[in-house]
Design a protein around this ligand. Structure first.
Ligand code: HSE
Length: 415
């Protein structure tokens, strides 16, 4: 028997959604909402339908052509729109539209890590005051569930550390260089063609994307906003095939890691940089576009989250799950929240570690600077170039030693 939409069995009413931005992620969200409409309806106990898609471009041949609008106020002023999906990206227009959507009484779901990393505390506060939800599962780790697990499933723990491979593009590039012998540029081109890279790939390569993501995870784990400007960030452009070969010879691989760790004084040490990660450990096995995130809690110990960290469908998977959640809990807030930042961020020097160093120098100079080290044999090394591992050093101690050694070409922490 046919039921008109409002009266379908087990379905209370219709939830209308507006998608802002019809780029890679926004168009993926529209596709998933259509492809899995029946399952989504069953899970949400609501009919969820995309009513508007906002984009400044024209899409006359799109199957959703009649849904496109260019004026945000149409969405803002339509009370039937309950959930706004913000997939514009950036922290300017998206920021304005997110605040306007919340003020108009609509929950907002986003994959926009830049906006959450810059303004998360303010937007979460605003959503809380308005009894709405601001959800961003897709902002970190693409399709990997990580925001909800940290905020809900691990809520019984004091979290000590979050450490992860948070950028699919750089992991793809490093994997292709190390395993496939591909050049940096060829690997980047492939990552772009597959829809993994940011519009400006410098955000990937220089570590800013990973920085935004560790800010979000650190803020969530430690309850205070960590801003990108507070997090020292180094990308992968200084990593050469020679470093990859040295790492391999010593039993390690190279990974770009975002780290946030609670210090004994209660502050959080957060930074992003390339690391040597021991082969055989869970993070070393995270290859290609996959992300891996390790969370350490005092009750549970270490937990690993693993999956596709970039790409249209994995990201859309997380966005649509949040849409279902927002539709189902229209009158209940998720307990996803953190406070404004303050002085909680400690510099990376606070974190002790062993280091990998490659330098053009002689052994005597190395030992004068670092004392005893472990040299790495690399047959392809340039003449007069040495690669070695230091013992565990404090940050300031390492900097002093490094500055006293001339000819340093690369330095990376060992996880
Ligand atoms: N450019 C990002 C990455 C996309 O490569 O991980 C997902 O945030």
């Amino acid at each position: 028997m046919f039921f008109p939409r409002r009266q379908r069995k087990g379905v209370t009413h219709m939830v209308y959604v507006a998608i802002l931005g019809f780029g890679t992620v926004g168009s993926g969200v529209a596709k998933v909402m259509e492809k899995n409409a029946a399952t989504i309806q069953q899970r949400a106990k609501e009919v969820i339908e995309v009513k508007y898609i906002l984009d400044i471009r024209d899409f006359p041949d799109s199957p959703y052509a009649e849904k496109f609008v260019k004026d945000f106020s149409i969405i803002e002023n339509d009370p039937s729109v309950q959930v706004v999906v913000e997939t514009i990206g950036g922290a300017t227009i998206a920021y304005d539209f997110t605040k306007r959507a919340l003020l108009a009484g609509k929950s907002v779901v986003t994959s926009n890590k830049e906006l959450v990393a810059e303004h998360g505390a303010e937007l979460l506060h605003m959503a809380r005051d308005l009894n709405l939800n601001y959800l961003f599962e897709a902002s970190v780790g693409g399709g990997i569930p990580i925001i909800r697990p940290i905020s809900q499933c691990l809520a019984a723990n004091e979290l000590d550390e979050v450490c992860g491979i948070l950028n699919g593009t750089t992991n793809y590039i490093l994997s292709s260089m190390i395993k496939g012998g591909l050049s940096f540029d060829a690997a980047l081109e492939e990552a772009r063609a597959k829809g993994y890279a940011e519009a400006n790939p410098s955000a990937d390569i220089d570590g800013h994307d990973a920085c935004r993501k560790i800010c979000i995870l650190g803020s969530l784990a430690f309850g205070r906003h960590i801003y990108p400007r507070q997090v020292p960030t180094e990308g992968i452009s200084g990593v050469t095939l020679s470093d990859a070969a040295c790492a391999d010879a010593a039993g390690y691989t190279v990974k770009l890691l975002g780290r946030a760790k609670r210090m004994p004084d209660g502050r959080v040490c957060a930074f992003v940089g390339p690391h040597l990660v021991e082969k055989g450990t869970p993070l070393a096995g995270v290859e290609d576009v996959f992300n891996g995130i390790m969370v350490r809690g005092d009750v549970i110990g270490d937990v690993m989250f693993y999956g596709r960290g970039a790409g249209q469908m994995p990201t859309a998977s997380a966005v649509v799950a949040d849409v279902i959640d927002a539709a189902k809990h229209a009158h209940a807030r998720k307990y996803l929240y953190w406070e404004e930042g303050g002085d909680i961020v400690a510099p990376p020097e606070c974190m002790h570690s062993a280091w990998y160093v490659r330098a053009q120098c002689d052994e005597q100079s190395v030992e004068n600077a670092f004392g005893r080290v472990c040299y790495i044999k690399n047959e392809d090394a340039k003449t007069n170039e040495l690669a070695f591992l230091t013992c565990v050093l404090g940050g300031a101690e390492f900097e002093r030693a490094k500055n006293s050694l001339s000819g340093v070409r690369c330095a990376m922490r060992v996880l």
